[in-house]
Design a protein around this ligand. Structure first.
Ligand code: PMP
Length: 291
């Protein structure tokens, strides 16, 4: 596998960053996870916008332009012969001192990995998945802007540990107000009486690009959609629940804690949205996204 790092394509064994990089020392940096479907990079401009807005929000100036990173990504895809896969694009703060001060880091480190990702089994897409509500709550927006896709995922990892210990693949996190926020690596939707409901930005979520695409599909398909807060009781009583994410795409949740959601099967609205989403991945259509 060839990895693009700081302007060069190198063998993965030679793709190295400094132990003094603040990405390593402090999780100081930003990243994107992006899908490639049939040689097309899905919603590439939206991902680049989010990367650059994330960087700007933490006073990090990527050393390459968006276009340079887009070109580098295609170069890495070609070098690895990948036309269906997953891109990980990372900009770290770069090498610095052992202190926190990010302004002592003068050269951000940028790398692009093109590989594969398989989050969930086919069986889970067909029958839905079981999740728990994590005891670990989402970092409040006042502590760390959740719209920044930063390298610091320890909050999510703590929730992930909870679900792995329960032999499950995902956990839904609440915010400090007790409202549903998001899953450890996915956004959350419920369906009640035909209305699709998803927590708003203020619930402390990453503004997912898949979430944005699914919301757009709802509008296009005349499926009523509301962005509003809801609590676990409403989630337990939902007709359907599903998660969205670059790696997960659209996946039904059929059990939360010990509660069966709806009739315990993948619901009709989830099924329709998954089909429409898969169709979208086969086109060049760009869905407007506000980072
Ligand atoms: N929330 C979190 C915490 C995430 O890490 C992700 C991405 N894995 C998402 C939501 C979904 O975002 P996207 O659809 O842009 O992948």
């Amino acid at each position: 596998m060839m990895v693009w790092i700081n302007g060069k394509l190198v063998d993965k064994n030679d793709a190295k960053i400094s132990v003094f990089d603040h990405g390593t020392l402090y999780g100081d940096g930003v990243f994107e996870g992006i899908r490639i479907y049939g040689g097309r990079v899905f919603q590439f401009p939206a991902h680049m916008d989010r990367l650059f807005v994330s960087a700007e929000r933490i006073y990090l100036q990527p050393p390459y332009t968006k276009q340079e990173l887009i070109d580098a990504t295609y170069e890495t895809m070609r070098a690895n012969g990948v036309s269906d896969g997953y891109i990980r694009m990372v900009v770290t703060r770069g090498e610095g001192t052992l202190g926190l001060d990010p302004f002592q880091c003068f050269a951000p480190c940028t790398f692009i990995i093109v590989g594969q990702i398989a989050m969930y089994s086919d069986e889970m897409y067909e029958n839905g998945m079981a999740v728990i509500i994590a005891k670990t709550t989402r970092t409040p927006a006042g502590c760390l802007d959740p719209r920044v896709k930063s390298l610091n995922y320890l909050n999510n990892i703590c929730a992930k540990i909870e679900c792995v210990k329960a032999s499950l693949c995902e956990a839904i996190m609440l915010n400090d107000k007790g409202n549903v926020s998001e899953a450890t690596g996915d956004n959350v939707f419920i369906v009640k009486d035909g209305v699709v409901i998803t927590p708003p930005a203020e619930a402390g979520i990453l503004l997912g690009i898949t979430r944005n695409a699914v919301m757009h599909l709802c509008k296009r398909m005349d499926i009523p959609l509301k962005e509003r807060d809801f609590k676990p009781v409403e989630l337990y009583a939902a007709d359907e629940c599903f998660l969205t994410g670059t790696a997960a795409e659209v996946i039904a949740v059929t059990k939360v804690d010990d509660r069966t959601i709806g009739d315990g099967k993948v619901g009709p609205v989830t099924g329709k949205l998954l089909a429409a989403f898969r169709e979208l991945t086969r086109t060049d259509e760009e869905i407007p996204y506000q980072a």
